[in-house]
Design a protein around this ligand. Structure first.
Ligand SMILES: [Mg+2]
Length: 240
């Protein structure tokens, strides 16, 4: 099953086999090696009721009505445990950097695709310097029971591997994406009825045990991730 460019699909986050967040995204590219989607500004979030592994039982983004800030382009290869997000700012859409969003490999459904945000992120600035984000939050999710210790370790290792890839500068995504712009005729589509009743093909709360790490060299000195280091950035739908 593939989707045509310009079409719209549901991006769902899955916990315990059930969706706990869904929103509509436009399809930019759907090829054997790449799924590129676009989250348009204001695309409404939908939160099914449930007893979720968070302090208040709600998704961490609960309370946000929809996607904030400018639109975001999201690039993910099949099997990868991270997506590359691109941000732009202002009316002239000045490029504002990349954002490596660690997330489970996407799994296709009849209405779109499923994934799960893995909490740890990497901010890559336009000058290509980078830093980890939300290490604290990852451990907090462990304390809340959302991620096992093994999963947290796998996620941290994944972050380190992506960091090594960034250090080499051998990125698989091209610079031409910086100049990409959405088709102005695209509209924010309505989420299909029953979107949260579609069975998820995702097998577990987190695919951390089957993560595909970046192909790049393992020989460079590993960048350490401080345990429970203080995060200086907040978590939000516009997760900068
Ligand atoms: Mg994230």
């Amino acid at each position: 099953m593939t989707w045509r460019p310009g079409g719209a699909v549901v991006r769902r986050e899955i916990v315990g086999g059930a969706p706990w967040l869904g929103w509509m995204v436009n399809v930019v590219v759907d090829s054997p090696n790449l799924l590129a989607t676009y989250s348009p500004p204001g695309s409404p979030f939908h939160f099914p009721p449930g007893d979720w592994p968070t302090p208040d039982g709600c998704h961490p983004w609960h309370g946000y009505e929809g996607w904030r800030g400018g639109g975001t382009l999201m690039l993910q290869r099949p099997g990868d445990c991270y997506a590359v997000w691109l941000f732009w700012d202002g009316p002239k859409r000045d490029f504002d950097g990349w954002y490596i969003n660690l997330e489970s490999p996407f799994a296709r459904t009849s209405v779109g695709f499923d994934t799960l945000d893995l909490e740890l992120d990497i901010v890559v600035r336009p000058d290509r310097s980078w830093s980890m984000k939300d290490v604290d939050l990852l451990w907090q999710r462990h304390d809340e029971g959302r991620f096992s210790l093994r999963e947290v370790r796998n996620i941290l290792n994944l972050g380190d591997s992506v960091g090594r890839m960034l250090d080499t500068g051998e990125w698989w995504w091209g610079d031409e994406w910086m100049n990409w712009a959405p088709d102005p005729s695209w509209e924010i589509p309505t989420i299909p009825q029953g979107w949260d009743e579609v069975r998820s093909p995702m097998q577990a709360t987190c695919a951390a045990t089957t993560m595909r790490l970046p192909d790049r060299p393992q020989s460079r000195r590993q960048r350490s991730v401080p345990h429970r280091s203080r995060s200086t950035l907040s978590s939000s739908p516009r997760r900068r």
